[in-house]
Design a binder for this molecule. Structure first.
Ligand SMILES: O=C(O)CCC(=O)C(=O)O
Ligand SMILES: [Fe+2]
Length: 279
């Protein structure tokens, strides 16, 4: 048997537009200005986006690699309240703790992403990790240690969506790989609740009459990296329309080392509790 020489991994500069995002040189004034601008956007708007972070040719290759995994993706479907808290008895049907949102998407767990997939190189890059830490203005930031949850690829087929929700984490990091023909937009309403108050009346009012609030829309543009603070800003992904899948990657970071998912969370999100592949 002959062994084919494996293709060397591309340099970071072949994947990331380092001229626009000089993340390999943290003393570069352009880097410092980028971080300062992004920190203030994240503070004011709750979101910082980096269009063209990944070069076009690389993002097309990442989308192809993700599509190739689609037949093996875990089909996730759940009905949930916007808070991800269980439905509460004894409150009227219009209460946000009674109303169920629908989420349906297809997911690839980290352990199932082949070693040569380019997306791994982005997630495993210390420069990318440090850049995100700088924008979040944190002392420490770690990749998630869970072998399933650390890095996920997501596919949304026609009709699939993420229902309105508040995140359970302070921030999320996503990379758009492919946009749907229509739908699949990221929509959010800023600060609809806060640290001290779940703001049931305001959330109820919004769910009854969404047009009464300002909904911000982020259309999905492949190659865009997005940092979003979703704990207090209600958000969703609108239902995808058409045959082309909405594809993205979700990078999980935490402020503690060695964080893993519970068996319950693994079963819910990946349909299994161990890294052994689904049969
Ligand atoms: O897929 C996206 O763009 C957003 C994902 C999101 O809101 C979440 O995973 O909580
Ligand atoms: Fe979210």
């Amino acid at each position: 048997m002959t062994t084919l020489p494996s293709k060397p991994a591309p340099a970071l500069g072949d994947l990331i537009d380092l001229a626009r995002y000089p993340i390999t040189d943290r003393t570069n004034p352009a880097y410092l200005a980028l971080v300062a601008r992004s920190q203030s956007l994240l503070g004011q708007e709750g979101v910082a986006i980096f269009p063209g972070f990944i070069r076009d040719e690389s993002v097309a290759a990442m989308a192809d690699q993700t599509l190739a995994l689609h037949p093996r993706m875990f089909h996730f479907r759940e009905k949930h309240t916007v808070y991800f808290k269980p439905q509460e008895e004894g409150v009227d049907p219009g209460h946000p703790l009674q109303r169920l949102m629908e989420t349906e998407k297809d997911t690839v767990a980290y352990a199932d992403i082949p070693g040569d997939n380019l997306i791994r190189q982005i997630y495993q890059s210390d420069e990318v990790l440090t850049f995100i830490r700088d924008v979040l203005n944190l002392e420490t930031l770690y990749r998630h240690a869970d072998p399933l949850a650390a890095l996920n690829l997501q596919g949304f087929t026609a009709g699939q969506q993420l229902g309105w929700h508040f995140d359970r984490s302070d921030f999320s990091v996503t990379l758009s790989l492919q946009a749907a023909a229509a739908g699949g937009d990221f929509e959010y309403v800023r600060m609809l609740r806060n640290e001290h108050d779940d703001c049931y009346d305001a959330v109820r009012q919004f769910l009854d009459e969404p047009q009464t609030q300002q909904i911000e829309v982020l259309p999905q543009v492949p190659g865009t990296l997005t940092l979003f603070r979703g704990r207090y800003s209600l958000h969703r992904v609108t239902p995808v329309q058409g045959e082309r899948l909405r594809l993205n990657a979700v990078f999980a970071y935490v402020d503690q080392p060695n964080v893993e998912f519970s068996a319950y969370a693994r079963q819910l999100f990946y349909g299994r509790t161990t890294v052994d592949p689904l049969v």
